[in-house]
Design a protein. Structure first.
Length: 260
């Protein structure tokens, strides 16, 4: 019943019967944006869905914590990348859940999302890597904004009454608009400096630079239009005030006869 050893041929399982796909092969099947980092937070992998969400392809090993160009809290405050949910998950060694944020692409598009960063440990319990799944959402909880372009002012334009606005109020709006214009230029310089050490594809670098320049021109155009609108109403308010003797005396006394 039992063949001799020299006559028995062992037929092993076919190749691939116990095949375990690589992490890249596994994540490539995910439809949701997903990326991984090492234990220090440097990106080691991301799928095409993540690149589509971010709006560009960050460099592996040179981008830390997250591939988002920028991240904002739900109230619009800029969140440093070393304080993003993934950074918290790695630094504190715990999954982060229930957090909402807004990412910004290089072209200025903002998208609300929920991250699911999770530390990955070896058999000894040591943190060796981390993964994050990003879920784009239609809007933030308690917010009506879905996709607000960067640089768009949250402050509504004041109602321009027939009687005119106080010059002091208009001057404040003018100064705030000029400050916003300066912020646009400063942000553009920071973005360009961020690409100084870029070692990836030159085509990708030029595409990002073009997006940044288009965003800059779009923001400057909107703010200059606002500035012209405010200056027009300031001139009208100044003319009306100058035609009123009592109002003109008050302006001269208070030193607010000129709008800068």
């Amino acid at each position: 019943m039992f063949p001799d050893d020299d006559e028995f041929e062992f037929g092993g399982p076919e190749r691939g019967w116990n095949y375990e796909p690589s992490r890249a092969d596994l994540f490539r099947e995910f439809r949701s944006p997903v990326y991984t980092t090492d234990a220090d937070g440097w990106l080691t992998y991301y799928n095409d869905a993540a690149a589509d969400l971010w709006g560009y392809r960050p460099e592996l090993g040179r981008t830390r914590w997250c591939g988002c160009w920028r991240i904002y809290t739900p109230d619009g405050t800029l969140l440093p990348l070393d304080q993003c949910p993934m950074a918290v998950a790695i630094k504190e060694g715990r999954p982060v859940r229930g957090v909402q944020a807004v990412l910004e692409r290089p072209d200025g598009t903002r998208i609300p999302f929920m991250p699911y960063p999770t530390p990955l440990r070896d058999a000894s319990g040591n943190l060796v890597a981390a993964s994050n799944v990003l879920l784009a959402i239609t809007k933030l909880s308690g917010s009506d904004s879905i996709d607000r372009p960067a640089g768009q002012s949250d402050e509504p334009m004041p109602e321009m009454r027939e009687a005119g606005l106080e010059l002091e109020y208009l001057t404040g709006l003018l100064q705030a608009t000029l400050a916003a214009l300066a912020d646009v230029e400063f942000s553009y310089q920071i973005d360009c400096e961020r690409l100084d050490g870029w070692s990836g594809s030159e085509d990708e670098k030029h595409r990002i630079i073009n997006q940044l320049e288009q965003k800059r021109q779009r923001q400057r155009g909107a703010l200059r239009k606002r500035l012209e609108h405010l200056q027009q109403h300031a001139r009208q308010a100044l003319a009306r005030a100058s035609s009123d003797p009592m109002r003109r005396t008050a302006l001269v006394t208070s030193g607010r006869g000129t709008v800068h």
